[in-house]
Ligand binder design. Structure first.
Ligand code: UDX
Ligand code: ADP
Length: 481
C-alpha cells in the first residue's frame, strides 16, 4: 500500500450498506479501484445484472456508470483482500437467535469470520474499516484477532466508520451526508489511517463534515443515533395514544412542537410503529451492552422505546379488530403496503408483518398488495416460525395481489401499512364502491385525506386523531380523577 493514499478498496459484504456505499465511492473517486465481494454467488450475480439485489432509487444509474471500469462485484474474496489497500467490513450483524444474549446481543460471527479471513490471506499493510453496526469495542476484538495472527510486515490498522444512510434515500444520504464519522486509535498509525480514509470522502464531502473521534465514540455514536431517532418515533407514537383519547390531533401536535428549533420537525411522523433492519436491532444491542456494563436503569430506559413500539403495533391491530365489531374471523381485510417504509422492497422488521400476524391469529383473510415487495418475500416473512407456527394456515388465510383495487374488492376493510406515495392517489370512490358496507379505512401512516374518505362514506380510523364527529371521541374520554 502507498503510505499516503488508497488506490484499491475491497468491501467484504455486498448488502445494502456495502453495495450502495462502494458504488458511490467508485463513482466519486474514478482513480480508485473498488471491488465488492460476497460469499453469496446469487447476490453477486444480481449486482452484475440489470436487476440489482436491492431496490434503491438512483443506484442502478451509478452502478452502470462504474461497473466494468473501476467497480467490480465478485466472489473472489481472497484475491480482492490481497490486492486492497483498504478493506471495508460490511457484513450483517443480526440479533442473536440462540445462546447468551439471545434476542438482544448482536451476532458477531460474520464480522469475526471476515476478520479471520483478512488475517489469514493479507500479505501486506492494510487499513481495515468496520462499517457494519457493531457493539462498542468490536474494533478492539478485530484488532486482537489481527494481533494474535500477526505476520511479519503485515500491519492491519482498524478503523470504525459507521454508515448513517437510510434505505430509500441511500444515494442522497451518501452524496450529501450530515457528517462522516471516522474513529481510530490515538497512535501515529491510527491518525495516518484516518487521514487516508478521510481523503476518500473528501472527494465529495466538505472536510468540516468529517468528524474524527476515538474508536469507541465512533462505535457508540452509531448506536446512539439510531436509539435517539427511534426514541423520537416512540415519543410521538406515545402522544398519538393520548391524542386518540382526548380529541387532540397528533399531526397538529407534531407541527406545534416541531417548530421549536430545539426540538426540530424531523422524525415526528406518528405511525403504526417503526420497522427496518436497524432501529430495533441496535437498541436491543445497546440494552444488552448497558446490562453487561451493570447499568440496569439505562438499559430499562432504552428498552422502553422498543416496548412502546410493540404496543403501537398491537394497538393498531386491536383498533382494526375492535372497529370491525370485535371480530375479524373470516373477514376479508386488504393490507396496503408490506415494506417497512416507502421506496424500498425491504421487509425486515416491517410493522406490516406484525399487523398481519395479529389479524391471522384472529383468522382474518388477508389480501396483501405492495408495489415493490414480491409475493415470495411476503409469504416467506409470514411463514417465519416467529410469526406463524403453521405455514399451511398462512396459505389458507393470505393471498397476494399486484393490484390495489383487486385487493380491496369485496373487503370489509383496508389498512395502510406503508406510506407509498401511490396510495395517496388511488381512486377511493372506486375502492369504496367495491367494498362491503360499512367500509372501514384504517390509515396506519396518517397518509390519506381523511375528510374526503369520510365524505365518501368510509368509517375512517387513523393514528393519533379521531375522524368524524368529535362528540364521539369526547364521550369516550374518562372523567378526570
Ligand atoms: C435508519 C436510520 O435513519 C439510518 O440513519 C441508519 O443508518 C439505519 O437506520 P432506515 O431503517 O433505512 O434508516 O429507515 P428510517 O427512514 O430511519 O425509518 C425507520 C422506520 O421508522 C421506518 O419504519 C419508518 O417508516 C419509521 N418512521 C420514520 C416513522 O414511523 N416515523 C418517522 O417520523 C420516521
Ligand atoms: P446490511 O443491510 O448491513 O448491508 P446485508 O444483510 O444486506 O447487511 O448484507 C450483508 C452481506 O454480507 C450479505 O450479502 C452476506 O452474504 C455477506 N457476508 C456475510 N459474511 C461474509 C463474509 N465472511 N465474507 C463475505 N461476505 C459476507
Amino acid at each position: 500500500m502507498s503510505t499516503s493514499k488508497c488506490c484499491r478498496i475491497c468491501c467484504v459484504g455486498a448488502g445494502y450498506v456495502g453495495g450502495s456505499t462502494c458504488s458511490v465511492i467508485a463513482w466519486k473517486c474514478p482513480e480508485i479501484h473498488v471491488t465488492v465481494v460476497d460469499l453469496n454467488q446469487e447476490r453477486i450475480d444480481s449486482w452484475n445484472s440489470q436487476s440489482l439485489p436491492i431496490y434503491e432509487p438512483g443506484l442502478l444509474d451509478i452502478v452502470e456508470k462504474c461497473r466494468g471500469k473501476n467497480l467490480k462485484f465478485s466472489t473472489d474474496i481472497d484475491q480482492s483482500i490481497i490486492e486492497a489497500d483498504l478493506i471495508f467490513i460490511s457484513v450483517n450483524t443480526p440479533t442473536k437467535t440462540f445462546g447468551l444474549g439471545k434476542g438482544r446481543a448482536a451476532d458477531l460471527k460474520y464480522i469475526e469470520s471476515a476478520a479471520r479471513r483478512i488475517a489469514e490471506v493479507a500479505n501486506s499493510k492494510k487499513i481495515v474499516v468496520e462499517k457494519s453496526t457493531v457493539p462498542v469495542k468490536a474494533a478492539e476484538s478485530i484488532s486482537r484477532i489481527f494481533a494474535s495472527n500477526r505476520k511479519e510486515g503485515v500491519e492491519l490498522e482498524v478503523l470504525s466508520n459507521p454508515e448513517f444512510l437510510a434505505e430509500g434515500t441511500a444515494i442522497n444520504d451518501l452524496l450529501n451526508p450530515d457528517r462522516v464519522l471516522i474513529g481510530g486509535s490515538a497512535t501515529s498509525s491510527g491518525y495516518a489511517a484516518m487521514k487516508i480514509l478521510s481523503q476518500i470522502y473528501e472527494h465529495w464531502v466538505e472536510k468540516e463534515r468529517i468528524i474524527l473521534t476515538n474508536t469507541w465514540s465512533s462505535e457508540l455514536s452509531k448506536l446512539a443515533a439510531n436509539a435517539f431517532l427511534a426514541q423520537r418515533i416512540s415519543s410521538i407514537n406515545a402522544m398519538s395514544a393520548v391524542c386518540e383519547a382526548t380529541g387532540a390531533d397528533v399531526t397538529e401536535v407534531a407541527h406545534a412542537i416541531g417548530t421549536d428549533s430545539r426540538i426540530g420537525d424531523k422524525f415526528l411522523r406518528a405511525s403504526l410503529g417503526f420497522g427496518g433492519s436497524c432501529f430495533q436491532k441496535d437498541i436491543l444491542n445497546l440494552v444488552y451492552l448497558c446490562e453487561a456494563l451493570n447499568l440496569p436503569e439505562v438499559a430499562a430506559y432504552w428498552n422502553q422505546v422498543i416496548a412502546l413500539n410493540d404496543y403501537q403495533k398491537r394497538r393498531f391491530a386491536n383498533r382494526i379488530i375492535g372497529s370491525l365489531f370485535n371480530t375479524v374471523t373470516d373477514k376479508k381485510i386488504a393490507i396496503l403496503g408490506f415494506a417497512f417504509k416507502k421506496d424500498t422492497a425491504d421487509t425486515r422488521e416491517s410493522s406490516s408483518i406484525y399487523i398481519c400476524k395479529y389479524l391471522m391469529d384472529e383468522e382474518a383473510h388477508l389480501v396483501i398488495y405492495d408495489p415493490k415487495v414480491s409475493r415470495q418475500q411476503i409469504l416467506s416473512d409470514l411463514k417465519h416460525p416467529t410469526i406463524s407456527d403453521n405455514p399451511s394456515r398462512v396459505d389458507k388465510l393470505v393471498s397476494v395481489t399486484d393490484d390495489p383495487y383487486s385487493a380491496t374488492q369485496g373487503a370489509h376493510a383496508f389498512a395502510i401499512c406503508t406510506e407509498w406515495d401511490l396510495f395517496r392517489t388511488l381512486d377511493y370512490q372506486r375502492i369504496y364502491d367495491g367494498m362491503l358496507k360499512p367500509a372501514f379505512a384504517f390509515d396506519g401512516r396518517v397518509l390519506l385525506d381523511h375528510d374526503r374518505l369520510h365524505d365518501i362514506g368510509f368509517q375512517v380510523e387513523t393514528i393519533g386523531k379521531t375522524v368524524g364527529p368529535r362528540e364521539l371521541c369526547l364521550a369516550t374520554t374518562p372523567p378526570p380523577p
